[in-house]
Each structure stands twice: as structure tokens, then as C-alpha cells.
Design a binder for this molecule. Structure first.
Ligand code: ATP
Length: 234
């Protein structure tokens, strides 16, 4: 199957400093690809390129085989690209329900948005009237994912979903991410530390200093390689 999301020979820079040096990356529908790598490797920048918030200096971004290099973030969002940023991007002073209902701009009606969210994450139904800032870290991440799902994404980009969360909570979240991918979207997950996401990833791309060092299935060879590249063991 042709990949839904493709980055082809992407170079990206901040001012004069190049941080991606020819990155190739693909994600197909129903596939979870983990993008791993040490601090500063360029993982977040790669997601920004995919979401259109940081246009590449050279190379191409393809969506469903169409060249969308340089497209504005809102156009990519309309085409189904959804970025759940590091730090989750929820509005702490709004209730859980209002955080969800904001997403109706994407075309779904209010009931549909809430039903999708509460079916996947029942705890959010119990917290619907609570301010998002008072949720636990794991619940906030569920809310961030639910907001993403409200947009009916074709491509879901998840940045450091495990940040600051207990391993048990991360495992539960990744079970849901695997379920979400089974229903259709292409899912690209960035993590610095690897173990939890390796359990659900179909493929793993390892980025080191802005270059792809490995692309393949999450097998024992990869685990050994990761341990050698950096301490990706948590
Ligand atoms: P981390 O796990 O620390 O978030 P990362 O793999 O996601 O790392 P990036 O955040 O993409 O890496 O950063 C890659 C390089 O680009 C780093 O050297 C970083 O300092 C630099 N960088 C990132 N964002 C900016 C920015 N807005 N302006 C200038 N340099 C930046």
C-alpha cells in the first residue's frame, strides 16, 4: 500500500543551523511508526515539517501521494493531518467538555465529538465538567488524544506522549493509540525513550543528529542498537 504520509529527503534548518539532513520517512494507513532518537535529534522538527508548521529547506512532503510541500498548517489540518504537541495543548482553564467542543470546527457535531471521546476514554465523561488543568497528566493526555480524534484525522502525529507519566499510564495510552490506528489513521509517534512504544509500533525509525540511522521492525536487533545509540531504556 502506498504510504499516506511521506517525507522525502527532507532538510530543515533554524536560521543557518541545519537540523535535518535528508530525512526519509513513511507512514501508511493503520500503521504506527515510532520515531525515536536522543535529545536534539530532530524528532519534533520532523513532526513540525509533517504538520506544515516548519517548512523544509529542501525535500518533499507528500500526503496520499500528493505533493503538499510548503502547504499552510491549516490546509494540512483540513486534509487530515493532526498534531498532538508535546505538553498536550489542552486549555487548562476550560472544562473537559469545552476542550472537546472547541473541536467541532472540524465538522463533526457536538454529540459526535463527545461520544467518540467518552467511548474511547470513559474517565473523560466522569470529568466532563472539571477544568482540564485539574486532570492528572494521563487524563490530560487522553483529552489531547480525544481532541485529535475529534478532527477525524488521516494522519495523527503524537509528540512525547509519555512525558512525565507513570509507565502503567503510558502503557494504557499506547494500547489506545494502537486501537486508534486499527481504525484507520496513519500514526507517527515521537518518543525519546523507547520501551513502551516498541510494544505497539509496526515500524521504528531512529533519528540521530538529523539523520535516519535505522528503519525497520521493532525486533531484538533494534533494541540492542538503541541501547548502543543512547539509553532508551525507560
Ligand atoms: P527533544 O527530544 O529534546 O525534543 P528532538 O529530537 O525533538 O529533541 P528537535 O526539538 O527537533 O529535536 O531539535 C533539533 C535541533 O533543533 C536541536 O538542536 C534544537 O536545539 C534545535 N531547535 C529546535 N527548535 C528550534 C527553534 N525553534 N529555534 C532554533 N533551534 C531549534
Amino acid at each position: 500500500m502506498r504510504p499516506l504520509l511521506e517525507l522525502v529527503d527532507v532538510h530543515a534548518a533554524y536560521d543557518r543551523i541545519t537540523v535535518l539532513h535528508g530525512v526519509d520517512l513513511t507512514v501508511a494507513a493503520r500503521e504506527v511508526v515510532a520515531l525515536l532518537g536522543p535529545n536534539g535529534a530532530g524528532k519534533t522538527t520532523t513532526l513540525r515539517v509533517a504538520a506544515g508548521t516548519h517548512p523544509p529547506r529542501s525535500g518533499r512532503l507528500l500526503l496520499g501521494g500528493h505533493d503538499v510541500t510548503g502547504a499552510a498548517p491549516r490546509d494540512l489540518a483540513r486534509a487530515g493531518v493532526c498534531l498532538v504537541p508535546e505538553g498536550r495543548g489542552v486549555f487548562p482553564n476550560l472544562t473537559v467538555r469545552d476542550n472537546l467542543l472547541m473541536m467541532t470546527f472540524a465538522g463533526r457535531d457536538r454529540d459526535e465529538v463527545e461520544t467518540i471521546a467518552y467511548t474511547r476514554f470513559p474517565v473523560l465523561a466522569r470529568r466532563a465538567a472539571q477544568q482540564a488543568g485539574t486532570l492528572s497528566g494521563g487524563e490530560q493526555q487522553m483529552l489531547a488524544l480525544a481532541r485529535g480524534l475529534a478532527t477525524d484525522p488521516a494522519v495523527l502525529l503524537l509528540d512525547e506522549l509519555s512525558m512525565g507519566l507513570a509507565p502503567r499510564v503510558v502503557a494504557e495510552l499506547y494500547d489506545q493509540v494502537a486501537e486508534i490506528a486499527r481504525q484507520g489513521p496513519a500514526v507517527l509517534v515521537v518518543e525519546q525513550f523507547a520501551t513502551a512504544v516498541l510494544g505497539i509500533a509496526d515500524r521504528v525509525t531512529v533519528l540521530v543528529r538529523g539523520r535516519v540511522e535505522h528503519d525497520g521492525r521493532p525486533d531484538d536487533g533494534l533494541r540492542t542498537e538503541l541501547a548502543g545509540l543512547y539509553l532508551g531504556s525507560s
